[in-house]
Design a protein around this ligand. Structure first.
Ligand code: ADE
Length: 268
């Protein structure tokens, strides 16, 4: 009896946990004349985080339920394009490729592209043109040509105790601004290897956020577990191609992956 009670408790706990985590899932959903992506506002440790653009031009993370989100707010989405899980909720059916002997399935950006193609928002000609651009961008990617630098701090400051001197690390950030949002490429030092790793972020401002009924989300603090929708239509679908080009510029590995994804998409 005690065993049964414990088993029930574990079962209901796991179900509650799963329901709790559902809002964190980044979902790519095709509509009639648009592809929509649903993003969480309050998953502060996930790939989509709310930040606020400060006067200095840098985005600062905020506690979305505790401040009034206004026009300076944006979602910084570390948009993915692949997964090793064929049952992932945002997988793109039919887009498969290999990297270093491992099978990968297209996901998120791949699904956005595939659904845009299916709905006729992106033409085969446009996709072929970007595929060609990726070939030429591969020769000199940011991961190969750019670097972080460290130097003495030239700004006047107070002396440090115990013979310490202040140095400053300069980390390049690459940005492209579009009417739909901003794309950022950041170089980070690799965690367990030598060299740099290029991270690509799609930064989506509050002006692009909608509620589930399609109306503008508008300003205001986030509700607990709130999600918002961003729509890609014929008018702003070129943003997705800008993201593809960003991966193509960022690193050879991303460039290779995106070329395989576009080849698979064009062969569908
Ligand atoms: N790999 C897949 N998506 C990525 C992203 N947005 N930035 C860096 N590496 C990635």
């Amino acid at each position: 009896m005690r065993f049964l009670r414990a088993a029930f408790a574990v079962f209901f706990f796991c179900r509650a946990e799963a329901a709790d985590a559902e809002y964190k899932r980044i979902l790519v959903q095709p509509g009639q004349d648009a592809v929509e992506v649903r993003l969480p506002l309050t998953d502060v440790t996930g790939p989509a985080r709310v930040k606020r653009m400060e006067a200095a031009g840098v985005g600062i993370p905020v506690a979305p339920t505790r401040i009034r989100l206004d026009d300076a707010a944006f979602i910084e989405w570390q948009i993915g394009y692949d997964t090793t899980d064929p049952r992932h909720w945002s997988v793109a059916p039919g887009i498969e490729f290999e990297r270093a002997g491992r099978k990968k399935y297209g996901c998120e950006l791949s699904k956005l592209l595939a659904e845009s193609r299916r709905l006729g928002l992106l033409s085969e000609t446009e996709l072929r043109a970007v595929r060609q651009q990726l070939d030429s961008l591969r020769a000199a990617t940011l991961e190969d040509t750019e670097k972080l630098t460290v130097g003495p701090d030239t700004a006047p400051g107070h002396a440090l105790p115990e013979g310490f001197a202040r140095y400053v690390e300069r980390v390049p950030i690459f940005e492209k601004n579009t009417p739909c949002g901003r794309i950022e490429i950041q170089l980070k030092q690799k965690q367990r290897a030598v060299g740099y790793q290029a991270m690509v972020y799609a930064c989506l401002p509050l002006a692009q956020w909608r509620t589930s009924d399609g109306s503008a989300r508008g300003p205001g603090a986030a509700r607990s577990k709130e999600t918002v929708i961003v729509r890609f239509t014929r008018d702003n679908v070129s943003f997705l191609l800008d993201i593809v080009r960003a991966f193509g510029i960022a690193s050879r590995e991303h460039n290779d992956d995106l070329r395989k994804i576009l080849d698979a998409l064009l062969a569908l």
